[in-house]
Write a protein that binds this ligand. Structure first.
Ligand code: AMP
Length: 218
C-alpha cells in the first residue's frame, strides 16, 4: 500500500459525481481512511439511533442534516488513529459553516487539509448516473444499470451480496439533491479556491482519473 504526500483530502462534488467510486479505487492503492458522512448517516438511520432518527426524513427528501450533527460525527472520526496516514472526506463539508468547523477541528488535532479534490460533472450526466446507480449491501461497491452492470443482475461481483437502489436516488429526490448542491455546497469552491487548495479532476475514465490523482497527490 502506497502513502500519499498530500494526504488529507476533501472530495468536493455533486451527488453522483463519482466521489464514492474514486474513494473505493483509492482504497485499493493507498493507505488512507475513507470518511463518508452519507455512509455514517445511513448506518445511524439503520440502527435508529437518536442522530439517525433526526437525519432520516431530511435524507429521504434530499435535504442536508444540521451542520452540528454531522460535524460532531466527523470530528470524532478524524481523531481515530488510522486518519494519521491521511483521510478522504467524502461528502463533507457541504456548507461553508461545515468547512469552518472542519478547519477548527483539524487545527485542534494539529493537522490541516492538503488538497480539495473537485469533481466537475454536468447536471444531465449526474441525473443519469444517480437514477441508474445500484449499491452493494455487503461491501459498498457501486454499480450502474447502464455504465457498470454487475455480471449477474442484482448481485455484487465482488462479494455476492444483494444490490439495492438508495431511497434518495429516485428522479425526484436526485433533482432536489442537485439543487441543494448548487445552492449550499458550490460556494465551497470559492472558499477553497481562495485558500489555494483546489485540484479539479478530469471528467474521464477511471484510469485517467487515477493517473491524475497519482500525479497531483503522491
Ligand atoms: P451522500 O451519500 O453523500 O450523497 O449523502 C446522503 C445524504 O446524507 C445527503 O443527501 C444528506 O441528507 C446527508 N448528508 C451527508 N453528508 C452530509 C453533510 N456533510 N451535511 C449535511 N448532510 C449530509
Amino acid at each position: 500500500m502506497k502513502k500519499l504526500t498530500r494526504k488529507n483530502l476533501v472530495f468536493l462534488g455533486a451527488p453522483g459525481a463519482g466521489k464514492g467510486t474514486v474513494s473505493n479505487l483509492m482504497l485499493k492503492n493507498y493507505q488512507i481512511a475513507h470518511i463518508s458522512t452519507g455512509d455514517i448517516l445511513r448506518a445511524e438511520v439503520a440502527k435508529q439511533t437518536p442522530a439517525g432518527k433526526e437525519a432520516e426524513a431530511l435524507m429521504k427528501s434530499g435535504q442536508l442534516v444540521p451542520d452540528a450533527l454531522v460535524a460532531g460525527m466527523v470530528r470524532s472520526r478524524l481523531a481515530e488513529p488510522d486518519c494519521a496516514d491521511g483521510f478522504i472526506l467524502d461528502g463533507f463539508p457541504r456548507t461553508v459553516p461545515q468547512a469552518e468547523l472542519l478547519e477548527k477541528a483539524l487545527e485542534e488535532l494539529g493537522t490541516k487539509l492538503d488538497c480539495v479534490v473537485c469533481f466537475d460533472v454536468p447536471d444531465e450526466e449526474l441525473i443519469q448516473r444517480l437514477t441508474a446507480r445500484m449499491n452493494c449491501r455487503g461491501c459498498d461497491e457501486i454499480y450502474n444499470k447502464i455504465f457498470k452492470k454487475p455480471a449477474r443482475e442484482g448481485i455484487c461481483d465482488k462479494c455476492g451480496s444483494e444490490l439495492y437502489q438508495r431511497a434518495d436516488d429516485s428522479l425526484e429526490t436526485a433533482k432536489s439533491r442537485l439543487a441543494v448542491f448548487h445552492k449550499q455546497t458550490q460556494p465551497l469552491m470559492d472558499y477553497y479556491t481562495q485558500r489555494g487548495l483546489v485540484f479539479t479532476l478530469p471528467n474521464a475514465d477511471h484510469e485517467t482519473i487515477m493517473a491524475a490523482i497519482a500525479k497531483e497527490l503522491e
